[in-house]
Design a protein around this ligand. Sequence first.
Ligand SMILES: Nc1ncnc2c1ncn2[C@@H]1O[C@H](COP(=O)(O)OP(=O)(O)OP(=O)(O)O)[C@@H](O)[C@H]1O
Length: 450
Amino acid sequence: MASSSPLFKRWLGQIGADQVVEVLTDLFENGAAFIVDSNSDILLWSKGAEQLFGLSATDTIGKPCKTALNCDNGNDPCNLAELGIVKSQAVRIQHPYGRTLHCYRTARAFYDSNGGFAGAIEFLQPQSNTAPEQKPDDSDSFHGILSRDPAMKEAIKIIRNVAETEATVLIRGESGTGKEMVAHALHLESPRHYQPFLAINCAALTPSLLESELFGHVKGAFTGAVRNHAGLFQRANGGTLFLDEIAELPLELQAKLLRVIQERNFIPVGGDSAVSVDVRIIAATHRSLREEVKAGHFREDLMYRLRVVPIFLPPLRERRQDISLLLQHLIDRHNTQGHRHIDSIAPEAMRLLLDYRWPGNVRELNNVVEYAYAVGRGSELSIDDLPPEFREPVITFSPAASNAQRSKSQNEAELIREALQNSPDNLEQAAQYAGMSRATFWRKRRKYGL
Ligand SMILES: Nc1ncnc2c1ncn2[C@@H]1O[C@H](COP(=O)(O)OP(=O)(O)OP(=O)(O)O)[C@@H](O)[C@H]1O
């Protein structure tokens, strides 16, 4: 909250609050500012809003903001009454002349003395006017998904394109490769991003619980069903449902899922009438659905319905430049928490991290960094800071599995050579790959004549 002088109210009375608000909103000339009442009807429309949307105040004032902005989201569209405040949320708005505007939205709700929603003030800033690192195109981050790997970049390109459509997407990748993150990014990029994103792991529940969780049940459907229960399909209506480990879905539920996809309705457990829903399905699996079909575990018709757009996420061991990128990101994050500050990674430790097989992928990398901060001390991350499995030669991925025993300079020279091969045109990235600062990397490169 801003602070004001005791004279502020008197001054405001003289000038008129309306004039002050108009001037304030017009000062925000690189974006749109507008104010809505408790029905979300537009009360004030700034000059910046006119410019951004190409809609005059006479076209918009008095109209519900969802109509004016063409962001069909129902009543209390953006959930603002409940949230109270929204900061820099990425949103997409359909421009009246067909263009899609990518904006960051900041909004604040007002409440009356009874706590009822009394309207809101909103600011929309086009993404092109904001910091370049927030644009996914030219950065290594996309909705929190960090990667420099070409296959991952390709997957991200597909996500961005397919998000605009209603196509069903099947994500394949080992555990911890970021399947749920990708599904969520797809939802955020899609026109459904204002609506719910719900997720369920089909391998985590018994068939009967899973059925009830997905499709809901009616009161009295089984012992303990004391009231109607809305399932995930109903709760995700208008939004996206992420079905993780879809290959584990029991055959009888596969038939029910097929019906929802084809007919957009289902019958809750114990119910006698169909419930209609509009839900986008994103499924994921670590298995090959084709193999599951061949083995008779999965319906072929359902497989074809689910894998309209297949996306493959490579395991971490196959995108080694991401190991250093993610490592640096995690270290930066932990460093800000104050408990330990890591400035460098010992070359032998970096060697082990790059050669490790990473069966748990990025999730395991998170755990390894957490372990290093919990167990280790000092400013250098050393082999001793790594969990015990890193000291068992059998788990190393490289054919030259005895890296830990090699001399420090051998390790260092090899690491630098590999980093240069990986990023020949980008010293910053090469240094990061080797887990060194740019200056140290340059010094060591000279030392080994590389
Ligand atoms: N590219 C990435 N950048 C940043 N964080 C990532 C990336 N990939 C995965 N993660 C992180 O790794 C963890 C696991 O990711 P996620 O749950 O999306 O994987 P998953 O493939 O769905 O795993 P599972 O199949 O076991 O459910 C999360 O903490 C996620 O934030």
